[in-house]
Write a protein that binds this ligand. Structure first.
Ligand code: SAM
Length: 333
């Protein structure tokens, strides 16, 4: 990421350069580890940030040194006119990179637009390569669309990261086949520890599959898997199987081993700023915008929030007023 622009540092000396922006809380899948079967009560549209508000927030943050915006949700492509918004976002001075996290169900038809907008990286969530297991996890029979989307994204030359949450009794059979995708394709397959953001509160998952155990499992099939150098600010531990095109990442999302270099903040679909995934929201930006705050005042509010960041996800979780219970779809995973 370019360092020619001014950067803002938090109270622990970490630069804030990366915004994860949830454009909706709605989703067309019902992944059991993310939300209950009947879904979560969606917010009325006027309680969500409008595209105009998102553009304003992004412009103010770009002025503070944010260079990368990841579009997430909910499922970004269920929000109308997403690509129109992305064209506008890409015009903001200072925003050098737009990335997207998607489940791939509706994504395929937008591929030409995404190319034109200049999106280079797409994270595709895909927990299983088996249609029945995919259905059992997501409660929707959409595997074939997601699989087709994966190959079309690769064909179109995007840098594709496949994200798979690793879950006891659900998709352990998929770990080796997913890793095998990296043999022929220049894809990054990332295995993620399951986190407690399931919208139920009642079951705080026991972490059966730590990043260490995931790695040990991969080594049973690929004993010569090699550690690679991790890019700066990366949340993943990177590996490669010798001779394979792509690489493998393991993300210790629950163990939280990467907080020391965290350069990211989150904006939820209803406009709450989170300076850590595990906090319960530190500023109601939507409310400030709707009370006609000026850009200068908003800039100062952001600076104040960045100067009060918890040092890691454990401290953030301790400071919460309620225990972790919310669905990832409301946070912007
Ligand atoms: N709908 C988009 C998608 O599926 O990629 C973006 C939003 S989704 C909430 C973002 C990511 O969060 C997905 O990769 C999903 O697997 C992950 N996620 C959701 N709940 C999770 C949990 N409890 N633990 C770990 N990852 C989770």
């Amino acid at each position: 990421m370019s360092t020619t622009h001014p950067l803002i540092y938090d109270n622990h000396g970490r630069p804030i350069q990366y915004l994860r922006l949830a454009v909706t809380d709605r989703c067309n899948l019902r992944c059991f580890y993310c939300m209950p079967e009947e879904g979560i009560p969606y917010l009325p549209k006027k309680q969500l940030l409008s595209y105009e508000e998102m553009l304003r927030i992004s412009t103010v943050l770009a002025g503070l040194g944010v260079r990368k915006v990841r579009i997430t949700g909910g499922e970004p492509f269920v929000r109308h006119d997403l690509t129109k918004f992305l064209y506008q976002l890409s015009d903001i001075e200072g925003i050098e990179e737009i990335a997207i996290t998607t489940n791939g169900v509706l994504t395929q038809k937008y591929i030409p637009d995404l190319k034109k907008i200049g999106v280079k990286t797409i994270n595709l969530s895909l927990d299983s390569l088996d249609r029945q297991r995919f259905y059992d996890i997501t409660r929707r029979d959409e595997f074939t669309k997601v699989e087709a989307c994966l190959y079309e994204l690769l064909e179109a030359g995007f840098e594709v990261k496949v994200n798979a949450v690793v879950m006891e009794g659900r998709n352990i059979e998929d770990l080796i086949p997913l890793a095998q995708l990296t043999e022929k394709y220049p894809v990054s397959v990332r295995f993620i520890e399951e986190m407690p953001f399931n919208g139920e509160g009642s079951h705080y998952p026991i972490l059966h599959w730590t990043y260490r155990r995931i790695l040990d499992h991969l080594k049973t099939e690929f004993p010569d898997i090699q550690k690679q150098i991790d890019p700066l600010n990366s949340t993943a531990y990177h590996y490669q199987i010798p001779g394979f095109e792509g690489n493998i990442g393991i993300i210790a999302a629950f163990s939280r081993t990467f907080c020391g270099t965290c350069n990211r903040i989150r904006m939820t679909a209803q406009g709450t700023l989170k300076t850590c995934l595990y906090d319960d929201g530190v500023m109601d930006v939507r409310d400030l915008l709707r009370k006609d705050i000026s850009d200068e005042e908003l800039t100062l509010k952001f600076i104040q929030a960045f100067r009060n960041r918890p040092k890691d996800g454990y401290e953030a979780e301790q400071l919460r007023s309620t225990s972790v219970h919310e669905s990832m779809t409301t946070i912007g995973g």
